[in-house]
Write a protein of this length. Structure first.
Lengths: 166, 769
């Protein structure tokens, strides 16, 4: 299972990345890919990265909740980010990974197409996102640009809000 | 902190306010000691009593005495001291144990319990009664002292007298620092002539006593290290005193007084030399004293709950790992390619795993037992509650506590207090009549409220019963009508009584301070249900009411049946399962718009399909099943009859897998509550299985029915219903129509007309962890 090794690789990748101007206030971001889009979340909220494994489905759950897994004795829900963000569903392949995030006391897994990089983004590099119909505004902190890529910066806390919905 | 009230034998209720925190600790410890003492006494055989048994009882009494002296509970100290003196004589074999003594000792421990209870708000203890018991025990000690087998009978009675004489000292002194009595030291030094060998023996014995005392009385030393320290330091002057004491027999009596009672070890040795003429023979009595003292601190240990929980969690993981290994070995064993030497090695591996399973299970039980607490920790508060509430209501109530030693999980103990308190208050307020009314009804003036606890199967059952007026059926029904609650034409008693658990339901004629606002009974029930338990009411007008609370033994582990459904594994709590069966086709009927029912021995049970309820896929292996998406999909599988809260229901699943003991994990920690699911567990293969919640499934079903009814007019369910109803015309309902399925494999063949199962039962069908 490619758990933390992926993260380590990603970190190595970031070390070789060009230094960012506003390094002082920069935040480490883990970027991942969903389809052709690149997303970023705060690296501090990432606990580990795991391979995709069989989940136990949960009855009457929102469609984005794939189910739960056993994470070293804890029962952890798994969210499919494509469904959560309203993207077309994709079949899982060798690159499909689960990012385990830790927000507050809660641990949740997010299924993404692939993890790409760890980058540093200063506040100046993130601008408020335009209103987009496809994605609920609440989840998007802003848009960042790195090299030629557009990074959609997500608010993990807001993403997990529908775990609490009745 | 207590040396200043040495003249206050009569103020035994008086405890400094700031001590209350530590007093609680003492009370807890003292109760443990009392419990141990009682258990040991009850197990004693007068004829075959061993010094070890007596030593253990002695130590319990000794510890209580120490603690109580520290807290100025003089009544307890006095009684404990008298008990201790008698026990000392017994373990020194100066007295022969009799049944009378055991009785007296038991009464003594009861009395101490009552005295401690009085400090906790229980009924006060009559000092005269205590004095009578003390006198009685002293009498036993004195009277029994005569047949001491010692060659010189004189010193023995002296020692006995010395012990009670030391009592006031014990009261005024610190826990065990009885060495520091200067006058007595002087007296001891007045004695003349030294027998060298005996002196040497005594020196070691006294030194050991001095060393041992502060540690063995940890209650004293932790709470008041100052006084314990002084006990240790003042032990040094006691050594010369003890040496002096070993002077010729004539003066030894004063020596026995000089190192008085509480320095038990010293007294034992000091009193011994005169009893025998050679120093060699003093060794035997000294030996057990020295040997026994250090053991005193090992009887119990106080550990933080989180440490215990950590162990329990780890053991839970161990159980899972063990199951995983077992499954691995099983799958290898099933392979055909295993041959010769490998097969033998595999067999060894399997045997080792079996051993591991036994050990793991034992370890798990032991770890779980650490969390178990006697229900008395809950019951203790009720004498006070009852007294206060009864006084406020002007009622006379006698509280009976039964089965206080019943053990249950600590988590349950803490969370059952509020619901129980509510039930007790409710009984006091609504159940029991006022004295005048009781007399008018020819009942005894004093009402009786009984709190009892017991183990029944895998449950702890706690009952609150009173001999009051019982519930008023008519008034409850009237209230229900008033509130618009609809019941059947002839509701059963259980249904009617169940109404009082509805939110906002109160039939009290007037609001009282105690209860009657209609807030509470619904909370009581939801609390109890939240603990995995349930509450039932039995009531008879004019005779009384009994509320029965059933709780699981523990919150952490569950005996469950694993079932397969829609490609997933679920756990059904074994306690809920009444039976499982493969129903004959015509035992299943439909009700228009109401789903299906199963006819079982003349009764109709609502039949729910787990697959439909939870929106699961049709089983993956059943690709050829033509009716997998319709009602026909339910023709497969097995029905489990579940007993939930008030009603029974039948649940259709694909297959039974086996019986497991599972570790309950919360879904809510990282997710949320899921309707119909009470939790999750991790199976042997590391996958997650959800634990079904029967009551929740029932609610889920009725919710889905309502939703369907509003969304789609009944057409959908009516069509397939017709043939089934037609089939129902044939008489049926006998139990022979539905195969009992205790051995699922057999039922597979037995079910007539059923297609071959798509779910051959895996080997897991045998009980697994």
């Amino acid at each position: 299972m490619n758990t933390t090794s992926t993260l380590a690789a990603a970190e190595r990748a970031s070390a070789s990345a060009p230094a960012v101007a506003a390094a002082a206030a920069a935040t480490g971001m883990l970027t991942f890919r969903l389809g052709a889009e690149h997303y970023a979340i705060d690296i501090l909220q990432v606990q580990e990265i795991r391979g995709c494994e069989a989940v136990t489905r949960i009855a009457n759950a929102p469609r984005s909740i794939k189910g739960v897994i056993n994470l070293r004795g804890s029962i952890v829900p798994i969210i499919d980010m494509r469904i959560r963000l309203g993207l077309p569903e994709a079949s899982y392949d060798a690159f499909t990974v689960v990012i385990i995030v830790n927000v507050g006391a809660r641990v949740v897994g997010m299924v993404v197409d692939a993890v790409s990089d760890v980058v540093s983004l200063g506040p100046g590099q993130i601008q408020p996102g335009p209103a987009m119909a496809a994605i609920d505004q609440g989840c998007i902190t802003g848009l960042g640009t790195l090299d030629d890529r557009m990074l959609i910066v997500l608010d993990v806390q807001a993403l997990l809000a529908d775990l609490d919905a009745p | 902190m207590h040396g200043d009230d040495n003249d206050s034998d009569d103020r035994h209720d008086d405890v400094d306010f700031d001590m209350s925190e530590f007093l609680g600790l003492f009370v807890e410890e003292a109760r443990e000691h009392l419990q141990e003492m009682e258990a040991l006494l009850l197990a004693l055989r007068v004829e075959t009593v061993t010094p070890d048994e007596l030593n253990r009882i002695f130590r319990a009494a000794h510890s209580i005495k120490g603690g109580s002296a520290t807290f100025g509970l003089h009544g307890v100290t006095e009684l404990a001291h008298v008990l201790e003196s008698l026990l000392d004589l017994l373990r020194e074999r100066r007295l022969v144990l009799t049944t009378d003594m055991v009785d007296a000792l038991l009464r003594g421990s009861d009395m101490i319990g009552a005295q401690i209870g009085a400090h906790e708000g229980g009924p006060a203890v009559d000092p005269a009664e205590v004095a009578r018991l003390c006198a009685c025990i002293r009498g036993l000690a004195d009277g029994g002292a005569a047949p001491v087998p010692a060659p010189a009978p004189a010193p023995a009675p002296t020692t006995v007298r010395a012990a009670p004489a030391a009592r006031p000292i014990g009261v005024e002194g610190v826990a065990f620092g009885f060495f520091d009595d200067d006058d007595d030291d002087e007296e001891a030094r007045d004695a003349s002539g030294v027998e060298a060998e005996a002196g040497a023996m005594l020196r070691t014995a006294a030194a050991t006593a001095a060393e041992v005392d502060p540690t063995s009385t940890s209650t004293a030393s932790t709470r008041d290290s100052g006084s314990a320290g002084s006990a240790g330091s003042t032990a040094t002057p006691a050594i010369p005193a003890a040496i002096d004491a070993s002077k010729p027999a004539g003066v030894a009596t004063s020596a026995a007084e000089a190192v008085p009672a509480a320095a038990v070890a010293a007294i034992a040795v000091a009193a011994s030399p005169p009893a025998s003429t050679t120093p060699a023979s003093t060794a035997p009595p000294a030996a057990p004293v020295v040997a026994s003292a250090p053991a005193a601190e090992s009887s119990s240990i106080r550990v933080g709950v989180e440490k215990v929980d950590q162990i329990i969690n780890l053991v839970g993981e161990l159980v899972i790992t063990q199951a995983m290994l077992a499954q691995g070995v099983q799958s290898v064993q099933g392979m055909e390619s295993v041959e010769g030497g490998h097969a033998r090695r595999l067999e060894m591996l399997r045997a080792g795993l079996e051993q591991l399973e036994r050990n793991t299970r034992a370890l798990q039980e032991a770890a779980m037992a650490m969390r178990m607490m006697p229900v008395s920790t809950v019951f203790h508060r009720f004498p006070r509650v009852v007294r206060d509430v009864a006084a406020r209501l002007g009622k006379e109530v006698e509280l009976k506590l039964v089965g206080e030693a019943t053990e249950l999980d600590k988590g349950l103990v803490e969370r059952i207090v509020d619901p129980l308190t509510h039930l007790v208050r409710n009984s006091l307020d609504h159940g029991l009549e006022a004295p005048a009314e009781r007399i008018a009804r020819g009942k005894p003036l004093k009402g009786t409220l009984t709190l009892s606890a017991s183990h029944q199967g895998g449950n702890v059952v706690i009952e609150v019963s009173d001999d009051g007026r019982g519930l008023d059926r008519e008034r409850i029904l009237a209230k229900a009508r008033e509130r618009g609650i609809v019941l059947g034409e002839h509701p059963s008693d259980a249904e009617v009584w169940g109404l009082i658990f509805e939110a906002g339901f109160s039939t009290a004629e007037r609001l009282t301070e105690v209860s009657g606002r209609g807030v509470g009974m619904d909370v009581v029930r939801s609390n109890i249900v939240g603990l995995g338990g349930r509450v039932e009411i039995h009531s008879e007008a004019g005779v009384g009411t009994r509320m029965t609370v059933r709780l699981p033994l523990t919150l952490a582990i569950l005996d469950g049946m694993s079932v397969a459904c829609g490609g997933e594994t679920f756990i059904v709590p074994l306690a809920l399962i009444v039976e499982s069966l493969r129903p004959a086709r015509d035992a299943i009927r439909t009700l228009a718009g109401q789903g299906r029912v199963l006819q079982l021995r003349g009764r109709y049970l609502p039949l729910l399909s787990l697959r439909e309820l939870l929106g699961l896929d049709a089983p993956a292996a059943a690709g050829e099943d033509p009716a997998a998406h319709g009602d026909g999909g339910d023709e497969e599988g097995i029905v489990i009859v579940i007993d939930s809260e008030e009603t029974r229901l039948a649940l259709r699943v694909d297959a039974l897998l086996g019986q497991h003991q599972v570790v309950i994990k919360s879904l809510e920690t990282h997710y949320r509550k899921v309707p119909g699911i009470s939790g999750a567990t991790i199976m042997g293969d590391g996958r997650v299985a959800l634990i079904l919640d029967a009551a929740g499934l029932g609610r889920l079903a009725s919710r889905q029915r309502r939703e369907r009814a509003t969304a789609v007019p009944s057409a959908a369910s009516a069509a397939p219903a017709a043939p089934v109803v037609a089939a129902a015309a044939t008489p049926c309902g006998d139990s022979n129509r539905s195969m009992s399925c205790a051995i699922p494999a057999m039922a597979d063949h037995a079910a007539s007309g059923a297609r071959p199962s798509h779910h051959p039962l895996p080997s897991a069908a045998r009980p697994a962890p």
